[in-house]
Write a protein that binds this ligand. Structure first.
Ligand code: ATM
Length: 218
């Protein structure tokens, strides 16, 4: 299924730094779409994933995903923010300064949706911690891969600690994403992720091309 999705070239000549993030519930296809976009961008792209992308981030990722490790909601939020701080300062900011297109499989909005709203820590509180951790960096473009939680569960995939919490959590996360997208319509682009990967990819490319054109015209 994934290998059948052809990667389309993005027909832009020279993009300045652009920060594109993918968000969505578990099994919405973020990882596939982030990879297809990075492939289409070629050398201009720097692909990262959250949590991860740095030595500290990858270790934090293992800890956070381990079903054997119990973690309280506050510690969980802080661990995601710590991994993000490393990724931003060591990888994302340098790449943007170099004019690259950073394509991130999840970013700060995942913390707002999962920890802030779905876990009930408060979106504003989690945002404040993350503003500090990232020194205020926000994506230029956030692509929300929208899919019904029941349809996502039916897709094949391995469960980790958070995924193992089931459909109720994913439903709260989906509602949280919807709220976040409605609050910032200029940055968020909702794409129907229930369709085949190549159709979703075509929409992703259109969004990124439009963002590039807008940035060039600004
Ligand atoms: P991936 O499955 O996209 O690799 O993300 C790992 C898990 O971490 C995912 N679990 N589920 N479902 C979402 C979760 N997560 C958060 O809860 N907060 C965050 O800030 C991030 C980046 C991920």
């Amino acid at each position: 299924m994934l290998s059948g999705a052809a990667s389309r070239p993005v027909t832009v000549a020279a993009m300045r730094g652009l920060f594109v993030t993918f968000e969505g519930i578990d099994r919405s296809g973020k990882t596939t779409q982030a990879r297809l976009l990075a492939d289409a961008l070629g050398d201009r792209a720097v692909a990262v994933r959250e949590p991860g992308g740095t030595p500290v981030g990858e270790q934090v990722r293992s800890l956070l995903k381990d079903p054997e490790v119990e973690i309280g909601a506050h510690a969980e939020a802080l661990l995601f923010a710590a991994a993000r701080a490393e990724l931003v300062s060591r990888v994302i900011r340098p790449a943007l300064a170099d004019g690259r297109v950073v394509v991130s499989d999840r970013f700060l909005d995942s913390s707002l949706a999962y920890q802030g709203e779905a876990r009930g820590l408060g979106v504003d509180e989690v945002l404040e911690v993350n503003r500090w951790a990232t020194e205020g960096l926000l994506p230029d473009v956030t692509i929300y891969l929208a899919i019904d939680p029941a349809a996502a569960v039916a897709r094949a995939g391995e469960g980790d600690r958070i995924e193992g919490e089931g459909t109720a959590l994913q439903e709260r996360v989906a509602r949280a994403y919807q709220h976040l997208a409605e609050a910032e319509p200029g940055r968020w682009h909702r794409i129907d992720a229930s369709r085949p990967p190549d159709e979703v990819h075509a929409d992703v490319v259109a969004v990124v091309e439009a963002a590039r054109a807008a940035a060039a015209a600004a």
